[in-house]
Design a protein around this ligand. Structure first.
Ligand SMILES: NC(=O)c1ccc[n+]([C@@H]2O[C@H](COP(=O)([O-])OP(=O)(O)OC[C@H]3O[C@@H](n4cnc5c(N)ncnc54)[C@H](O)[C@@H]3O)[C@@H](O)[C@H]2O)c1
Ligand SMILES: [Zn+2]
Ligand SMILES: [Zn+2]
Length: 388
């Protein structure tokens, strides 16, 4: 089959690889009908995640038709059309029973990314996300093996197009969990840092949950403009405004927003020193966007972090967070928990995540899709790939 494989920094190729086969009795083989490129894939593409090997198949946002199923698969059957969550969870362990699927202790033979883990079990395995997260082949391919098929895949009713539901696999639940973690309710004020696909889904969910004012910070005017016209955000371009947090504080009666959402991640731009130190591995992450979040949030407010972080940050202003009495919530999304309710919201017309899509490419042009999305060319917001 054809699949998008990793070969090193900014080197991905669509190649012929062996077809996946059933391994465990609760596996399915999925024929992929649509798959997307995520900002998380860009961290891999830029060579920033350890544990990647040449030939690894990428992709964790995908859907398709069940082609084959192991004997213990009972919740879905051959021929069903399903969306697959990017988190692989067993459904029965301590964490899965709490609906904390991203912490599942039974799916990841890797170690995860924590530096001081002690004897803890690693977090759940993820599709296409390096040996640290289980080394599970991803779904930017014609076919993919889906483990734990009784727990993850969600059957999609007829009448909904692939594009309407594909983002249930990751970025829609991620935006929703970030908004829930931020405590968004009618009348809330919120600042979203990052206007990529995740930031956009955060804006959509904050709007749906009744937020009053939504500030959004980025330096790509086309992304800010989409969020302004689609979700009614107040855009702030950090190339023009060098201290967005200060502006946000002034615009909220000198108080700050109820919550900030950090939808950028560890490669945040804005501090040359931290960017250089991170490249030299003397710093684990750039803390610039995180400091902006802390500064923009009111006393007693929440900082919600869907953006991926790794390692340590020296200039983390823990004293400011304590002084203000902030709450931090973060982590990989417990995708399985939110998929059914979000599907219903799509059916009711309350969410239309497909509006994000700007690029539709055949799988064979995936390498171009990565380059365009990475370099923010052609006003790219989100790339969807379709296997032939
Ligand atoms: N928690 C989860 O489960 C989960 C799921 C999906 C994605 N993610 C993470 O979310 C993050 C965003 O993903 P995406 O798909 O939107 O990626 P993206 O790279 O397309 O978007 C990131 C945006 O942040 C902007 N940015 C950079 N520095 C900034 C700064 N200092 N202030 C404000 N904006 C800044 C960039 O210009 C870009 O538009 C990534 O770290 C990704 O790995 C996490
Ligand atoms: Zn993703
Ligand atoms: Zn589990």
């Amino acid at each position: 089959m054809r699949a998008l494989t990793y070969h090193g920094t900014r080197d991905v190729r669509v190649e012929n690889v062996p077809d996946p086969v059933l391994q465990d009795s609760d596996d399915i083989i999925l024929r992929v009908t649509a798959t997307a490129i995520c900002g998380s894939d860009l961290h891999l593409y830029r060579g920033k995640m350890p544990g990647m090997e040449a030939g690894d198949i990428l992709g964790h946002e995908f859907m398709g038709i069940v082609e084959d199923a192991g004997p213990d698969v009972v919740r879905i059957a051959r021929g069903d059309r399903v969306v697959v969550p990017f988190v692989i969870a067993c459904g029965t362990c301590f964490f899965c029973q709490l609906s904390e699927y991203a912490a599942c202790q039974n799916t990841n033979p890797g170690g995860g990314a924590a530096l001081n883990r002690k004897a803890l079990t690693p977090p759940a395995a993820l599709f296409g996300y390096s040996a640290l997260y289980g080394g599970v082949p991803g779904g930017q391919a014609e076919y993919v093996r889906v483990p734990k098929a009784n727990v993850g895949p969600l059957v999609i009713p007829d009448g909904l197009a692939d594009e309407q539901v594909l983002f249930l696999s990751d970025i829609l639940p991620t935006g929703y969990q970030a908004a829930i973690n931020a405590g968004i309710k009618p009348g809330s004020t919120v600042a979203i840092f990052g206007a990529g696909p995740v930031g956009q889904m955060c804006a959509a969910c904050c709007r749906m949950l009744g937020a009053d004012r939504i500030f959004m910070v980025d330096h790509h005017p086309y992304r800010l403009e989409f969020a302004r016209t689609t979700y009614g955000v107040h855009p702030i371009d950090f190339d023009e405004q060098d201290d967005p947090a200060e502006m946000i504080v002034q615009a909220t009666a000198g108080r700050g927003v109820d919550a900030s959402i950090e939808a950028v991640g560890f490669e945040a731009k804005g501090s040359t020193t931290e960017t250089v130190l991170t490249a030299m591995k003397l710093e684990g992450s750039s803390g610039y966007a995180l400091r902006q979040c802390i500064a923009a949030t009111r006393r007693g407010g929440v900082v919600s972090i869907p953006g991926v972080y790794a390692g340590f940050i020296h200039a983390f202003l823990i004293g400011d967070a304590f002084d203000k009495g902030l709450t931090f919530r973060m982590g990989q999304t417990h995708v399985q928990r939110f998929m059914p309710e979000l599907l219903q919201m799509i059916q009711e017309g309350r969410l239309a995540p497909e509006a994000l899509i700007t690029h539709r490419l055949p799988l064979d042009e995936a390498a171009r899709g990565y380059a365009v999305f990475d370099e923010k060319r052609e006003d790219c917001r989100k790339v969807v790939l379709t296997p032939a």
